[in-house]
Design a protein around this ligand. Structure first.
Ligand SMILES: NC(=O)c1ccc[n+]([C@@H]2O[C@H](COP(=O)([O-])OP(=O)(O)OC[C@H]3O[C@@H](n4cnc5c(N)ncnc54)[C@H](O)[C@@H]3O)[C@@H](O)[C@H]2O)c1
Length: 352
């Protein structure tokens, strides 16, 4: 797959066995590798990797707990202890939390060593491991410290998805639905697509947008489709129930809303709304507002968020394709949200 700067992205059954070959081809001077992963990932038989180098395995906490500056320091100390030089390689093996942390530690250790990602969740395969964004959290918020650091390569092995819990899978599918729609793919073909196709379509789209906009100044913003309301839904649910909703599930709801807002603004017709609903349903994604969320709470969240960016902006489909639309009238958003909430309560009642 062509990316800028060019790096190797491989998707398919068994590609995790290609780690040693990929490093040998892309980083022939490497002598040592530090594999960053978690104990939870290591309990799966598929987690044994052979880098073909003098290899150290470093465990970090599972999930978001990995993404702290304290873990970056611990990892960098461990890299130094293992004698990792600038020629050597860090390998991130795990979900997006691991690839974000491993990528950031690699970006700052010795002012930058190369990192290879072996993402093991669907979300990490289609999103976190590609594009070069790395980082950790602060108490003040998620991903507030980080760096752009493009990987040496990404090996997305579809075999490892067999052990992924359904909830984690759905989290990735929210981003897959977004990419499928942004790419203008046929809404019915999604039902026939296997994992390899779903991942490849998403990766190719992200790689294309990132190549046009590596540092997130323009085209890359389209990847935020579904995220304006999605973030509001995610944050509002999570303050009440920390396990209430995964990111991708919230994005799916945000997508269903965005296309309805686009229709209300006269940018698309009902056929486009139907096609979105078909894609979300085919991927088994809930596309209705959780009943307990109020329009007022969501508008308040988006207004707070809006202050940071000065206006209410949504990525929306329209006659010229998808665009970032700034300055959307808050009254129109509120009316669209009220209609969506009403539609949602009817759909929830029939469990559609
Ligand atoms: N850098 C980016 O561009 C970017 C993009 C999107 C998301 N992210 C980040 O990614 C993180 C979320 O990633 P995630 O959803 O992968 O979560 P995660 O990394 O927390 O992994 C979720 C869980 O799945 C388990 N797991 C991993 N692979 C498994 C497998 N094959 N089988 C069974 N269990 C498995 C993990 O042990 C973990 O408990 C967030 O921190 C988010 O900020 C980054």
């Amino acid at each position: 797959m062509a990316t800028t700067p060019p790096y190797d992205v491989e998707v398919g059954s068994g590609v995790r066995g290609r780690v040693a070959a990929l490093i040998a081809a892309a980083r022939p001077q490497a002598r040592a590798a530090a594999v960053v992963t978690t104990a939870e990932v290591r309990r799966w038989p598929w987690s044994d990797l052979d880098t073909g180098l003098d290899q150290t395995v470093l465990e970090v906490p599972d999930g978001e707990r990995a993404k702290s500056l304290a873990e970056v320091e611990r990892l960098c100390e461990a890299f130094a202890e293992a004698g990792l030089s600038r020629d050597d390689v860090v390998v991130g093996l795990g979900g997006g939390a691991v690839t974000d942390l491993a990528g950031f530690a690699a970006a700052v250790y010795l002012r930058g060593v190369r990192v290879l990602h072996v993402p093991t969740t669907l979300l990490a395969m289609v999103d976190a491991s590609v594009g070069g964004k790395t980082g950790v959290n602060l108490r003040a918020g998620k991903n507030l410290v980080g760096a752009f650091h493009q990987p040496l390569g990404v090996l997305a092995d579809t075999d490892v998805l067999a052990t992924l819990p359904e909830r984690e899978r759905r989290s990735g599918l929210g981003e897959v639905a977004k990419c499928w729609l942004l790419d203008g793919r046929d809404g019915d073909a999604v039902t026939r697509a296997d994992d390899e196709t779903l991942i490849a379509v998403s990766l190719e789209l992200k790689a294309r947008l990132v190549a046009r906009d590596e540092h997130e100044l323009g085209a890359r913003a389209l990847l935020n489709y579904g995220h304006t309301l999605g973030h509001a839904v995610e944050r509002t649910v999570l303050t009440r129930d920390p396990d209430g909703l995964r990111h991708g599930e919230a994005v799916a709801v945000g997508i269903a809303f965005a296309v309805r807002l686009a229709a209300r603004l006269g940018r698309v017709d009902a056929g486009v709304v139907d096609e979105h609903d078909r894609v979300l349903a085919a991927l088994d994604l809930r596309r209705w507002l959780p009943r307990e969320l109020s329009v007022d709470d969501l508008m308040a969240y988006m207004a707070r968020d809006k202050k940071a960016r000065h206006d209410l902006r949504f990525v929306l489909p329209g006659p010229n394709g998808f665009e970032l639309v700034a300055g959307v009238d808050a009254d129109v958003v509120r009316a669209a949200l009220a209609a969506f909430a009403l539609e949602s309560s009817g759909r929830e009642a029939t469990r559609e």
